[in-house]
Design a protein around this ligand. Structure first.
Ligand SMILES: NC(=O)c1ccc[n+]([C@@H]2O[C@H](COP(=O)([O-])OP(=O)(O)OC[C@H]3O[C@@H](n4cnc5c(N)ncnc54)[C@H](OP(=O)(O)O)[C@@H]3O)[C@@H](O)[C@H]2O)c1
Length: 296
């Protein structure tokens, strides 16, 4: 059978990257929310997926702060729909590759390994943790790929927000006491494609959880500094000062982990995936946005 992968979230950062760069010989089918609304998937009965060879679930309710006041909506997409996709994949005998988050971790220090206990603080983190459980319970062959701090030239993300604010203001304050690992959506998409191809080609490939992020670590403040270093190389306006502040000085509705760095030794060992440094990814994104004149 020709390779035909069902992709959810094809309009998001990671889904778009996967659609732009499909592996050779693979037809990626990415129905939008108008065709496949995941918030009501549980009411629609089991999906028929026999025409596909794999499912990649990149869709999610990703508005971390808004989820605090919309827990049912976040749960429907992040947990119920993930479970339904898993059940449909199991019925069709195909694997599901499901994307999850560093925010399933809470108190404690990273880099987090795949088998470290999870204890999410936020509604978003709790619904994503429940989604992982639902995928595992579906009995589909599965890869759960946790990632963190996704950035790209598309959609809404921290790099684009910094470029916009940096063009408007001379002084910015950015949180400097949350540590993490930025992840370029394009690099994650390549990793997902490689994992999916392995699951399709090798029926013996065992299910599991893997972590993927770019190499290295930083804080939001460190990431902002790197964005502005790249932006000034492209002649973009940058702030004169980027002040480090604490999380308590920038209160947000959802509590985030202070340290959500991911350990990705396992993905390197099992799939030969070695991510490049996050600074390279930032440089590529800023160059692309500067070239497109979108970095405002
Ligand atoms: N962004 C991050 O920093 C981050 C960090 C860690 C993990 N992750 C995980 O990485 C994955 C991809 O994230 P991303 O940054 O690419 O997300 P994103 O840019 O926010 O895109 C989310 C995607 O989900 C779709 N979606 C949301 N609700 C839907 C619904 N009810 N029915 C159908 N589609 C729906 C969106 O469609 P519309 O365009 O129609 O809204 C969009 O295509 C997610 O699993 C997320 O939890 C993200």
């Amino acid at each position: 059978m020709a390779e035909r992968w069902l992709l959810t979230g094809g309009s998001g950062q990671v889904g778009l990257a996967l659609r732009r760069n499909p592996p050779p010989g693979v037809d990626i089918v990415a129905p939008g929310r108008d065709v496949l609304d995941l918030s009501t998937l549980i009411d629609q009965g089991v999906l028929e997926l026999s025409e596909f060879t794999a499912v990649i679930n990149c869709a999610a309710y990703t508005a971390v702060d808004k989820a605090e006041t919309e827990p049912a909506q976040a749960h429907a997409v992040n947990c119920e729909a993930a479970g339904m996709l898993g059940i449909a994949a199991a019925a069709a005998g195909i694997p599901i590759i499901h994307v999850s988050t560093d925010y399933v971790f809470g108190e404690g220090e990273g880099p987090w390994r795949e088998d470290d206990p999870i204890a999410p603080f936020s509604v978003y983190g709790k619904t994503k943790a429940a989604g992982e459980m639902a995928v595992k319970a579906s009995r589909a062959r599965h890869a759960i790929v946790r990632t963190s701090w996704v950035i790209s030239a598309d959609g809404k993300n921290f790099v684009k927000t910094m470029l916009r604010l940096g063009a408007e203001r001379d002084v910015l304050q950015v949180v400097a006491d949350q540590r993490g690992t930025p992840t370029y959506a394009g690099d994650l998409a390549s990793a997902l494609a490689r994992i999916t191809a392995r699951f399709v080609a090798d029926p013996e490939q065992a299910s599991g959880v893997w972590h993927f992020a770019n190499a290295g670590e930083t804080t939001w403040h460190g990431l902002a500094e790197q964005v502005f270093a790249c932006a000034s190389q492209h002649g973009l306006k940058v702030p004169t000062k980027v002040e480090p502040i604490t999380t308590s000085e920038y209160p947000a509705p959802a509590r985030r982990p202070a340290d959500s760095r991911l350990d990705f030794t396992k993905i390197a060992n099992d799939f030969g995936i070695s991510p490049r440094p996050w600074q390279e990814a930032v440089a590529e994104i800023v160059a692309r946005l500067a070239g497109e004149g979108q970095a405002r």
